[in-house]
Design a protein around this ligand. Structure first.
Ligand code: GAL
Length: 389
């Protein structure tokens, strides 16, 4: 066995034997949190705000290909492949920006938080992402769809849209709809006051955007045990999360949706399900600067969602000592779980919280942070810093 094959099999073995957090010596990634993560060409992995899927024997990591300077999208969505979650090969651009003037994805647009899922019914790989149109800052606030026959693409851009135009959240009764219709966003010159917040909770921005569709910025896609897919997004000026059911082909919305934490200002939604309970971990809204994570739990994807304390504890020892109340300097992007290990006989023994440590001056150099999620006796998630595991 050559040295590489040997070290790979050791990695596989160590993954299988790993206990949540206990075994800090073993590592599926062999990358150190808080440092650059190199691909097989020796370059930092330029895939941010994305996700990982496994297809066949291969893991695919999708993410924003970020420029070294500036923040608009010049290339598109990157894809990397790996046999073991540790050695990542750059497979190039899964979805490229368009050179066509006026295209929704014209070079200089902003593509963020791409999430790729495999649809077993259509046998297609479907990508949803947050899209901002070129030259319009963050005001378009759209979700976009793309599709491919193969995991590495090229993905075909389908369309971008606001969400749920002309539709009320499914559990909003007639009385609550009337209350929302009585609100008036232009009457509020000063945000963040208690009376303004009360109006937001009544659905002031939901009503403002009712006709043309709800805003959609930071987002994720969640596939439930029954195969149904949901889009979870930061809407209403990033004040309220929406969870919307996707059609069977994952390329549209069914029209059934609900709100989560109205007025709570949550971004970067990351979700997983364990023993029938849904866990949602989000960030606050401070742009590239880190803030304290928030955690919600529910017995149903439709809620009610209960807010708990942040799952982060301790500090990022060795990495600028960033505290738990700053999410160790990072912002979540995805929770990888229920995925089989390289040996294909067992699954990852615990969820991995994947996050970005943003570097706004050189976004392409933003760091990756992967931390195992532990559970307290009552099943509540806990996330501690580890350099390497
Ligand atoms: C963050 C968001 C990122 C990006 C950034 C731009 O809050 O999570 O995806 O949109 O703001 O400032």
């Amino acid at each position: 066995m050559n040295a590489i094959a040997k070290s790979l099999s050791l990695v596989a073995l160590s993954i299988i034997s790993i206990q949540p957090v206990a075994s800090k010596q073993s590592t599926p990634t062999d990358h150190t949190n808080g440092q650059l993560w190199l691909d097989t060409n020796g370059e930092h992995i330029n895939a941010h705000g994305g996700n990982i899927i496994k297809h066949g024997d291969t893991y695919y990591w999708y993410g924003e290909n970020r420029p070294n300077r500036g923040f608009t999208t010049q290339v598109g969505v990157s894809v990397y492949s790996s046999p073991n979650l540790r050695d990542w090969t750059n497979e190039g651009v899964a979805l490229a920006v368009s050179e066509e003037h006026g295209s929704d994805i014209e070079r200089g647009c902003i593509m963020e938080r791409p999430k790729v899922v495999y649809n077993p019914k259509t046998k297609k790989f479907v990508m949803l992402f947050h899209l901002e149109l070129k030259g319009r800052g963050y005001e378009a606030a759209r979700v976009a769809f793309a599709e491919s026959d193969t995991p590495t693409g090229p993905f075909r851009f389908i369309r971008s849209t606001r969400v749920n135009a002309g539709i009320w959240p499914f559990d909003m009764d007639k009385k609550a709809q009337k209350v929302a219709q009585s609100t008036n966003p232009s009457a509020w010159k000063h945000w963040w006051t208690a009376p303004w917040r009360a109006e937001v909770e009544k659905g002031m921005y939901l009503w403002r955007d009712f006709k043309d569709g709800q805003m959609s910025r930071d987002m994720t896609v969640f596939i439930d045990d029954d195969g149904k897919a949901y889009h979870i997004t930061s809407s209403q000026e990033n004040l309220t999360l929406l969870v919307s059911e996707l059609t069977d082909d994952f390329l549209d919305f069914t029209g059934k949706y609900n709100t989560i934490a109205p007025g709570g200002q949550n971004e970067a939604p990351c979700i997983f399900k364990r023993n029938g309970t849904y866990w949602l971990i989000c960030s606050g809204c401070t742009g590239w600067a880190p803030n304290e994570a928030r955690m919600f739990t529910s017995q149903s994807i439709w809620g009610p969602w209960k807010q708990l304390h942040s799952p982060f504890v301790g500090e990022a020892t060795g990495y600028r000592n960033m505290p738990a109340n700053k999410t160790f300097g990072a912002q979540g992007t995805y929770i990888l779980y229920n995925v089989s290990l390289p040996d294909n006989t067992s699954t990852l023994p615990y969820p991995i919280f994947m996050a970005d440590i943003w570097n706004p001056r050189h976004l392409s150099q933003s760091l990756h942070l992967w931390l195992p999620i532990e559970f307290s006796e009552d099943g509540t998630p806990i996330i501690r810093w580890t350099d390497k595991w």
